[in-house]
Ligand binder design. Structure first.
Ligand code: SF4
Length: 185
């Protein structure tokens, strides 16, 4: 193996130091000895093996934009500690007064996606992590699915839903094909 020329790697840099060469890779950086480079600028076989085994030559891991969407403010439970309670149940029961009920509508999904696309472009981020949140998101399954569908068009890599799980059925799970992960609460 002759070695890898720097211009054949995605976006690495080498910085000379008094101790050798700092290799700044896509996901990590490491120090190479001063004799790691040959005359034509190639990385020698010993250094190349070291870089390969340390993962320094791996492609860049997508940089994720993290987005949390409240799909509804309503819930089918009434946990006393919920941050969406505004007061105790005036009847002394288990239905505390809640914040104003709102649902995620398709027109709002379009605005969220446009906003997110713009922010991702501004930040140079190429992947999207989406958290579906509530209230109880499964009270608005159409809103969740529409959010997932449109998020797929702007680089969705991971989706999670924070749910109390009461309404989670096998039929619903079958419909949710994107890379979703359910998180209990
Ligand atoms: S399940 Fe979650 S959203 Fe619903 S009342 Fe309890 S803490 Fe609040």
């Amino acid at each position: 193996m002759i070695g890898t020329r720097l211009d054949q790697i995605d976006a690495p840099r080498l910085l000379r130091s008094r101790y050798g060469w700092w290799f700044l890779g896509n996901n990590t950086w490491t120090l190479l000895s001063a004799d790691s480079l040959s005359g034509d600028g190639s990385i020698g076989p010993t250094a190349q093996t070291f870089l390969e085994e340390s993962g320094a030559l791996e492609p860049r891991v997508p940089q994720l934009f993290s987005l949390t969407v409240l799909t509804t403010t309503t819930c089918n439970l009434g946990c006393g500690y919920c941050f969406q309670n505004t007061a105790l149940d005036p009847t002394g029961g288990h239905k505390p007064l809640r914040i104003h009920p709102r649902r995620l509508e398709p027109s709002t999904v379009e605005r969220i996606v446009a906003f997110t696309r713009e922010r991702m472009n501004q930040s140079g981020l190429d992947g999207l992590f989406l958290m579906l949140f509530g209230g109880e998101p499964l009270l608005n399954p159409r809103g969740c699915l529409e959010m997932l569908r449109q998020a797929n068009g702007i680089g969705l890599t991971t989706a999670m839903i924070t749910t109390n799980g009461v309404l989670l059925s096998s039929d619903l799970a079958i419909d949710w094909k994107p890379p979703a992960c359910v998180q209990g609460k």
